[in-house]
Write a protein of this length. Structure first.
Length: 266
């Protein structure tokens, strides 16, 4: 990867704030930031105080790094991310995960709010990401960085499913389609995505996954199905619906991540 002075500034700033090698880093999508309240011995750092870290203007993204422990496991929660549709470049969108990886983290759980493409999937369902379709027209990878045919780690994903089974939490598995946004997809586009094999659709995660893998980290992904995609339910889509679904699912989502931390760190 070519030299990125902003990335180096961010790595240095994280070090000054005492952000070191954590066992697991969680990136929390729209409406899913409540999980960070489960972290013990927590210390929160506002993004505005971290040099080189882009700050999202999207509702439902608190804009803080929360560092602490879950059952003795060192964790970091990134409450909010920036998106390509906000006008950020792909290097800016992936800067946080690259910097956290440079500080020594080797396990990431990337989460997002997504529209459900499968008609039988109702809002509130959780889905691990088995694979993705990068339809954003961007890649974070440089010529000298290796891509991976299977970017989502089977071991981390299996750990999530095992904990979900133990806790009685419904957890599906599927393919996530990452689009550029900011507009929601049309019914015709949803029919196209279904034919391509997608189970859920959103506007994040894929670039961060590729960047984290290129840094040598393992990645698991979780989508919260916040709404049925256009043309399936016949209802108008809105970001407020996404946030509301996140609040409704916050308990199950947080319970899963909290109890999975130890397994993910192995």
């Amino acid at each position: 990867m070519k030299h990125d002075s902003q990335l180096e500034r961010l790595v240095e700033s994280l070090a000054k704030h005492g952000v070191g090698a954590v066992d697991v880093a969680f990136v929390l999508g729209s409406g899913l930031g409540e999980f960070a309240e489960r972290i013990q011995r927590a210390r929160a750092i506002p993004y505005a105080e971290i040099d080189g870290l882009p700050v999202s203007g999207v509702k439902g993204h608190a804009g803080r790094l929360v560092i602490g422990e879950l059952g003795g496991v060192k964790v970091l929660a990134q409450q909010g991310r920036v998106h390509l549709y906000e006008g950020w470049s792909v290097s800016e969108v992936t800067r946080a995960v690259r910097a956290i990886a440079k500080r020594g983290c080797r396990r990431f759980v990337l989460t997002n709010a997504a529209g459900g493409i499968r008609p039988e999937w109702r809002p509130g369902l959780l889905m691990t990401i088995r694979d993705h379709l990068n339809l954003q027209g961007r890649t974070p990878l440089a010529r000298d960085e290796a891509g991976y045919a299977r970017p989502y780690d089977e071991g981390l994903t299996a750990a999530l499913h095992e904990v979900a089974k133990e806790r009685g939490i419904a957890l599906e598995s599927g393919v996530y389609a990452g689009l550029l946004g900011p507009s929601y997809e049309t019914p015709a586009e949803i029919r196209m995505l279904a034919k391509l094999g997608a189970d859920a659709v959103g506007m994040s995660t894929v670039a961060e996954t590729l960047a984290a893998r290129a840094c040598g980290a393992r990645v698991a992904g979780i989508s919260l199905i916040t709404n049925q995609a256009a043309g399936i339910s016949g209802e108008r889509l809105s970001h407020e619906e996404v946030i509301a679904a996140g609040r409704e699912a916050a308990g199950r989502f947080s319970d899963l991540l909290e109890h999975a931390a130890a397994s993910l760190a192995r």
